[in-house]
Ligand binder design. Structure first.
Ligand SMILES: Cc1ncc(COP(=O)(O)O)c(C=O)c1O
Length: 393
C-alpha cells in the first residue's frame, strides 16, 4: 500500500471521544464509573420530538431528501436566528442543514480553505477546530488565551498571530471547555480586526443556549460582521439531540453554495425524518420552554458544584463558575501533576471519568474538564471524589 493521507498522520483521535469510548468500555466490563467526561446532556430528547419523527418515518420520509435541507426547515432556522440572535438570513440562499454542528464546521472550512491557509484558533478550545483545519490541508495557529485573562486572547496576541496567509479566525463562545463568552465590545474589536485584515470569521455557537449570565451575543449580528462570518449551530446541546446529528450553517450565499457542493459529495442529505424533527424542535414553543428548563437544570448543578467548592475550600481544586456551556474547567495546577496523569489516575483510582485540560491546548495544562451534563447525584458524587483524590496528593 502507498502512503496514507499525510494530513491525517498529523492529528490524533478526538481526545473527548476517545475518553468517552474508554469509559464506555470499562462500564461494559462491569466497572462502576461516574462519567463526567462527555458533553452529552443527560436529559432526554423531548417526547413530542420523538413522536413527531416516528410519525414522519411511518409517513414515508425514509428516502433521500433535500440536500440543502427542506425549505420549511430552513425557514424555521432563519426564524430562530432572528428570534434569538437578531440575525437575518435568506432561507433559500444563506442557510444549509447539516449533519450536526461538527459537519457544519467541516462544511464551513471546506468551503473556504486552500492549501496552506492559516486559521487562528484560541488555546484552549475544542480540539476539533485545530484538527479539522489540519485535516483539510490548512495550518492551525493557536492564540494563547491565559486563565489570567479569563481565557480570552488579548488583541496584541491576535494581531501578532496574523500573517499574509491568515484566512480566518475560529471562535467558539460560550467556550468548550472554559464556558467563557466575551462582551459585545470585545467581539466588536475582533470584528474590526478581521475587517482590517480581510479575515473570515467562523463562529461555533453550539452552546449559545447554555448561558448563566446575559444571552451571549452572536458575532455576526455586530456592525460589519455578517458578510464575513459563518455561523455554526446545532440542535445537539440545546435540545438534548446529540444522537440525531443535526445542525446548520448560515453565511454569505457564495459560501453556502460551496458548502452545498461539499455536503452533496459527502453526505448527500440529512435524513428527511430528522430534517422534519429539526424543523419541529426549532419552531415549537413547547420545545423552547423545555430548552429553558434544561438550562435551569444545568444552572442548578452549577450552583451545586459551587456550594460544595465553598464548603470544602480545597486549595488543590480551584473552581470558577462557568458563564455558559456545561463544563467546569477545574484549576488543579497547584498539584504539579500533568492533566493527562490526573485524568488517567482519577479514572483508575477514583472511578471518575473526566477530560484532561491539555486536550484543549497548552493553556489547559493543569486543568481538568468536568461536565455538569450528568445527573445531580453523579455531579455531586463525582466532584466529591475528585476533591478527595486531590486532597491525598
Ligand atoms: C464547541 C463544539 N462545537 C461543535 C460540537 C459538535 O456538536 P454536534 O453534536 O452538533 O456535532 C461540539 C461537541 O461537543 C463542541 O463542543
Amino acid at each position: 500500500m502507498k502512503s496514507l493521507n499525510e494530513n491525517l498522520e498529523k492529528i490524533l483521535q478526538s481526545p473527548t471521544v476517545a475518553m468517552a469510548d474508554k469509559v464506555n468500555l470499562l462500564k461494559s466490563q462491569g466497572k462502576k464509573i461516574i462519567g463526567l467526561q462527555t458533553g452529552d446532556p443527560d436529559f432526554k430528547t423531548h417526547p413530542a420530538i420523538v413522536e413527531f419523527a416516528t410519525e414522519q418515518i411511518r409517513a414515508g420520509k425514509t428516502h433521500y431528501g433535500a440536500s440543502q435541507g427542506a425549505l420549511h426547515v430552513r425557514e424555521a432556522i432563519v426564524e430562530k436566528l432572528e428570534r434569538d440572535n437578531g440575525l437575518f438570513y435568506d432561507p433559500k440562499k444563506e442557510v444549509i442543514l447539516t449533519h450536526g454542528g461538527i459537519h457544519a464546521f467541516y462544511l464551513a472550512l471546506q468551503s473556504i480553505i486552500n492549501k496552506g491557509d492559516e486559521f487562528l484558533i484560541p488555546d484552549p478550545t475544542w480540539a476539533t477546530h485545530a484538527n479539522m483545519a489540519t485535516l483539510l490541508g490548512g495550518r492551525a495557529v493557536r492564540v494563547m488565551a491565559t486563565p489570567e485573562n479569563n481565557f480570552l486572547p488579548t488583541f496584541a496576541d491576535w494581531e501578532k498571530a496574523i500573517t499574509p496567509k491568515t484566512k480566518s479566525v475560529i471562535i467558539n463562545y460560550p467556550s468548550n471547555p472554559t464556558g467563557v463568552y466575551p462582551s459585545r465590545e470585545y467581539l466588536q474589536e475582533l470584528v474590526d480586526l478581521c475587517i482590517k485584515n480581510d479575515l473570515t470569521i467562523i463562529s461555533d455557537e453550539v452552546y449559545e443556549n447554555l448561558f448563566f449570565e446575559e444571552h451571549p451575543v452572536s458575532i455576526a449580528s455586530l456592525p460589519g460582521a455578517k458578510e464575513r462570518t459563518l455561523v455554526i449551530n446545532s440542535l445537539s446541546k440545546t435540545y438534548a439531540m446529540t444522537g440525531w446529528r443535526v445542525g446548520y450553517l448560515s453565511g454569505p450565499e457564495k459560501v453556502i453554495q460551496n458548502a452545498l457542493k461539499a455536503s452533496q459529495h459527502s453526505i448527500t442529505c440529512v435524513a428527511p425524518f430528522i430534517q422534519e424533527a429539526a424543523g419541529y424542535a426549532l419552531s415549537n414553543p413547547e420545545i423552547q420552554q423545555y430548552a429553558g428548563e434544561m438550562r435551569q437544570g444545568y444552572n442548578r448543578r452549577r450552583d451545586l458544584v459551587m456550594r460544595i467548592a465553598e464548603r470544602e475550600a480545597s486549595s488543590k481544586v480551584v473552581c470558577t463558575a462557568p458563564m455558559g456551556a456545561f463544563y467546569y474547567f477545574l484549576d488543579m495546577r497547584s498539584l504539579g501533576i500533568s492533566s493527562s496523569e490526573i485524568c488517567d489516575r482519577l479514572l483508575e483510582e477514583a472511578n471518575v471519568g473526566t477530560v484532561a485540560g491539555s486536550a484543549f491546548g497548552t493553556m489547559g495544562e493543569g486543568f481538568l474538564r468536568m461536565t455538569i451534563a450528568a445527573s445531580d447525584q453523579e455531579v455531586e458524587h463525582g466532584f466529591m471524589e475528585i476533591l478527595k483524590w486531590a486532597k491525598n496528593q
